[in-house]
Structures are given as C-alpha cells and as structure tokens.
Design a protein around this ligand. Structure first.
Ligand SMILES: [Zn+2]
Length: 124
C-alpha cells in the first residue's frame, strides 16, 4: 500500500511546484498515464513509473469560453508529445485565434496550486 508521500497526486503537485509537468508510464504496456493514477487504465498494471514531460505538445481541441470580466479564454485539450492528453489553457493569444494542430509549450504559472498552462497555439 502506498503512503501519502508517494501518492501519484502528491508527486504531480510537487512537480508543478518545481515548474515541471510529471506524468506516469506503465511498466507493463508502456502507455502514458495522465492524470496521475495508481493503476494503468489500459492494462490494469499497478507498476507505474513517474516521468517528466518536456512540456511540448499540440492543440487537439480548443473552445473560447466567455469570461465574466475581461476577454474570453481558451480551454484546450493538449496532446503532449509523450502520448498523453490534458485539459489546460493557452495564454498570450486571443482565445479565438488558438488553432487546432498548432504547437504549444508548457508554462507553469505560479499560484496555489501552481497551474500548468501553455503558450503558442497559432501557426503549424
Ligand atoms: Zn499498462
């Protein structure tokens, strides 16, 4: 049984606090696993290794969400190069200009908790 210190969520959160995005890879079937889990959703294997993402990926889908105050923001599904998908946002560009298929780079925004976001998102 895993204790709290080694729980995958704690490892993930501590990674963000250090400015890095962690994911897991199944030792049995090599599937990239995200968000953090204790069992591989592909094969049921319980041996998952923690790896650090390079933070590079591609916009899989994007939606401009109206903000109560200010400009709309982009809620996106990002396919990371390591083979997992995560929900995040692309900043630094108008939400309507984020393009599906464009390249993005991770930026961990300071905060409590720190937030994984992406920049880029236009051009291919
Ligand atoms: Zn597996």
């Amino acid at each position: 049984m895993r204790d709290l210190v080694t729980s995958p969520h704690v490892a993930y959160r501590d990674g963000l606090a250090r400015g890095v995005l962690l994911f897991q890879r199944c030792d049995a079937c090599s599937a990239a696993v995200f968000p953090p889990r204790v069992v591989c959703p592909s094969c049921g294997g319980a041996d998952l290794s923690t790896e650090q993402s390079a933070g590079l990926g591609e916009v899989y889908s994007t939606t401009a969400v109206a903000a109560k105050d200010g400009e709309p923001y982009a809620v996106c599904l990002i396919d990371l190069d390591e083979g997992f998908r995560m929900m995040s946002t692309v900043t630094g560009v108008a939400a309507a200009d984020v393009e599906i298929g464009s390249r993005v780079t991770l930026v961990v925004e300071d905060g409590d908790p720190p937030r994984p976001t992406f920049v880029g998102g236009t051009g291919r």
